[in-house]
Design a protein around this ligand. Structure first.
Ligand code: CUA
Length: 273
């Protein structure tokens, strides 16, 4: 290639790469916010903050590396047939570009580990526990009276199960009280499912023969969609449910109603509707 043409193609690369670089950095930061589910638990807040923190560091590294690369390509491109000054090794630079990534990795490790410890924290024994059973193809959540929350009567008898049936109109709704640690204990009756609530920013596999569990403290009232996130068979897509975050008072009323309904159903003879 003749020198003039080469110079022009290099110039074109340089001119084009500047807006691309800025667009990339901007896009990365914007994408970190746009399309993210709104975190509704204390654990989700921490995960979201960690995600933004990592994205910012990644953005800075990407821009710095690309800028150095483009600068070197343009500044030190071949200008004539003379051999440029030859250098071999530079201890200062070697140390610097080994130390910087180590520092970054250590910062990311510590930040991630701190969030992990909070997210994987175990719920206290008195926390509300929901025994969540995954099956082909829906969920069944069992609430036990003696394990209904910090004020539960430990001698109380009784439990009720909210059981979904495949089909949009039969999706189950599981209530949890706001501002309280709630533990989900996950079991599977058949194959591997995955318990996923978008706004928890969290999902956990539901594995036959294993007792997986996690805890959340919800801080936002509302109804939030959940679904099975592991392809588990023909009607995997029907394994949808909702989590409704309510006040403790509303939750207690709902529990009382479910217990009463269960007792009424038990008194009815089989012939009755
Ligand atoms: Cu259960 Cu997919």
């Amino acid at each position: 290639m003749c020198t003039a043409a080469r110079r022009w193609s290099l110039r074109a690369i340089f001119i084009l790469s500047v807006p691309v670089l800025f667009a990339f950095a901007g896009f990365e930061l914007a994408a970190a916010q746009v399309g993210q589910p709104e975190p509704i638990t204390e654990e989700a807040d921490k995960m979201h903050d960690l995600y933004l923190f990592v994205t910012v560091i990644a953005g800075i590294v990407a821009v710095a590396v690309e800028a150095a690369l483009i600068f070197a390509i343009v500044r030190y491109r071949k200008k004539n047939d003379e051999l440029p000054a030859q250098t071999h090794g530079n201890n200062a630079i070697e140390i610097l570009w080994t130390a910087i990534p180590i520092v970054i990795v250590v910062i990311l490790f510590v930040a991630s580990f701190m969030v992990l410890v909070d997210v994987e924290d175990e719920a206290p024994p008195e926390a509300l526990t929901i025994d969540m059973q995954g099956f082909q193809f829906q969920w069944a959540g069992t609430y036990t009276l003696k394990d209904i929350g910090p004020n539960a009567d430990r001698a109380a008898e009784g439990a009720f199960t909210v059981r979904g049936l495949a089909g949009e109109e039969n999706e189950p709704e599981f209530l949890i009280p706001i501002g309280e640690q709630v533990e989900f204990k996950l079991h599977s009756e058949d194959v591997i499912h995955s318990f996923y609530v978008r706004n928890f920013l969290y999902k956990l596999d539901v594995v036959p023969g294993r007792n997986n569990s996690f805890q959340v403290t919800a801080h936002t009232l509302g109804t939030f969609e959940g679904q099975c996130a592991e392809l588990c068979g023909t009607n995997h897509a029907l394994m949808r449910f909702t989590i409704k975050v309510v006040t403790r008072q509303e939750f207690d009323q709902w529990v009382a109603k479910n217990i009463a309904d269960g007792q009424a159903a038990a008194r009815q003879p089989d012939t009755a509707r």
